[in-house]
Design a protein around this ligand. Sequence first.
Ligand code: CTP
Length: 294
Amino acid sequence: MCHIFVNIVPFGLCFFSECFGITITSAITQKNIKYLQSLGYDFIFGNEGKLACGDYGLGRMSEPDDIINYLDILFHKTKPLDGIEALVTAGPTQEPIDPVRFISNKSSGIQGYLIAEELVKNGANVSLISGPTNLSTPSNLSNFIKVETAEEMLKVFLKKIPKDLFISVAAVTDWKINYNKHKMKKEEGTPKLKLIDNPDILKSISFHKKRPKLVVGFAAETKHLTQNAIKKIKQKKCDFIIANNVSKSKEVFGGNMNEVAIINTKGIILKLKKMDKKKLAKKIVKEVIVPSLN
Ligand code: CTP
């Protein structure tokens, strides 16, 4: 284990940015972390990945960028989204078929998590409702709730409708299947699966009497990107749609790059060049969210 220990005396702040290796998950390390937290020390937890010892797991030190972001949040006193209540949905949903199988989609959740992180950085109080992902939880969220199915996502959301902002990045699986309590057996023959419509979470919130002031949706399209996105902005009563070209799905899902067009209710389109998802998250927050809420 190694750590960077920073003690910023004039501000009365102490924190650790840790690189534990695989020992992060051990009971003794967890106990020590809790003890230090109880004394007021703060931690910038690391990420999952390949470790110096050759193992794979939690325990990599945070990227220097993330440490700087964290400090940025700590020291910038007034930020453009101070006091804003926001909710982001991210990741895929998984709809179970039986105890071992499910249907889902290729979403990694990266773009949604980066947007949530950027909103926090700009001062918003952010709740993130996420489907299953392998990502580490962004720092300083107000709420982080993991769900599996679309119905769970909607149920959690209805208890937490924010007053200001909803960004719907989740790739909600559009259909579920009648759940089989027992594992379906091959010897019973090829099953005929009946798809049942899932709720449209974005639409339910947009038409809700407690609709947040600003609602931003995404549109994942493989053809007619702008026409389909313009249709969606109307059908789902959004203020903006970020239209995402997913025809090269191998690049977008799980990758770091994204290419989008931003559409408003007048159909005005801002086509952005391909850029990394972090840069795009910054652009969406700075150029769409901040001006719309101020
Ligand atoms: N969405 C949602 N609930 C669903 C389906 C989609 O909240 N059941 C949201 C997504 O988070 C996204 C927007 O609606 O912000 C558009 O999602 P997309 O997958 O592009 O379109 P669909 O509405 O699923 O329609 P289609 O699959 O026919 O393109």
